[in-house]
Design a binder for this molecule. Structure first.
Ligand code: SAM
Length: 214
């Protein structure tokens, strides 16, 4: 069995990932096309890998857990903060389909270029070069917002750019002595009221910019 199928079986057997659409998207999107050439043979190891400018493509299990927690569906407009390689955006694009749209923002020009090139054949993804720590007001509101870098706190601007019934996922630095981040999920109900959940401990590179660590 190849490493990609081994990962899928691990997620299914352990019931870590139960969202079939997330698994189908993982099956379809070639992770090997989003890693640097020297790491292609490790594309399906369950580890983060270095990309450019000291950043990383998150490990497959983290990408799947965040994708599942985002509960995106056909036709959704999704904002991703932290394009990196473009892989997470490609996975989400698969889930929102042709009637949906994924906007992905990257603050480092070299990585924006990398993501843009990796995503050149994905018509419904718009890569943007900008500080996304306070979201992207120009195309708000969004059905879903996903932040793939560690924030000091939840930027209120991101909540403001979320539609009613929307969901925001963001790793926020933990106050625990063990460090790392808590994966925070915020759901906005039909009246605009928000509810916050902690989905557990993760480890991400820091979010820069105005809503991050500058
Ligand atoms: N989602 C990416 C992927 O699928 O490859 C991995 C993201 S990597 C863990 C985090 C990314 O967030 C880095 O590329 C980093 O440059 C970017 N980043 C950090 N602060 C940012 C900001 N304020 N706005 C946009 N991108 C930011």
């Amino acid at each position: 069995m190849n490493k990609k199928d081994e990962l899928i079986n691990y997620w299914k057997d352990s019931k870590i990932i139960t969202d079939e659409r997330a698994i189908e998207a993982f099956r379809k999107i070639p992770r090997e096309k989003f890693v640097l050439p020297e790491y292609v043979d490790r594309a399906y190891n369950d580890i983060p890998l270095p990309i450019l400018a000291g950043q990383t493509i998150s490990q497959p299990t983290t990408v799947m857990l965040m994708t599942q927690a985002l509960e995106a569906g056909e036709g959704d407009k999704v904002l991703e903060v932290g394009s990196g390689s473009g892989y997470q955006a490609a996975i989400l694009n698969e889930i929102v389909g042709k009637s949906g749209k994924v906007l992905t923002i990257e603050i480092i020009p070299e990585l924006h270029k990398f993501a843009k090139s990796n995503l050149k054949n994905y018509k419904n993804i718009k890569p943007i070069l900008s500080d996304g720590s306070l979201g992207y007001n120009a195309e708000a509101p969004y059905d879903r917002i996903i932040v793939t870098a560690a924030a000091p706190r939840v930027p209120q601007q991101l909540i403001a750019q979320l539609k009613n019934n929307g969901i925001l996922i963001i790793p926020v630095n933990s106050e625990s002595v063990f460090g790392g981040q808590d994966m925070i999920r915020i759901k906005k109900n039909s009246n605009g009221k928000t509810k916050e959940e902690n989905l557990g401990a993760f480890s991400f590179v820091p979010l820069r910019g105005k809503g991050g660590y500058e």
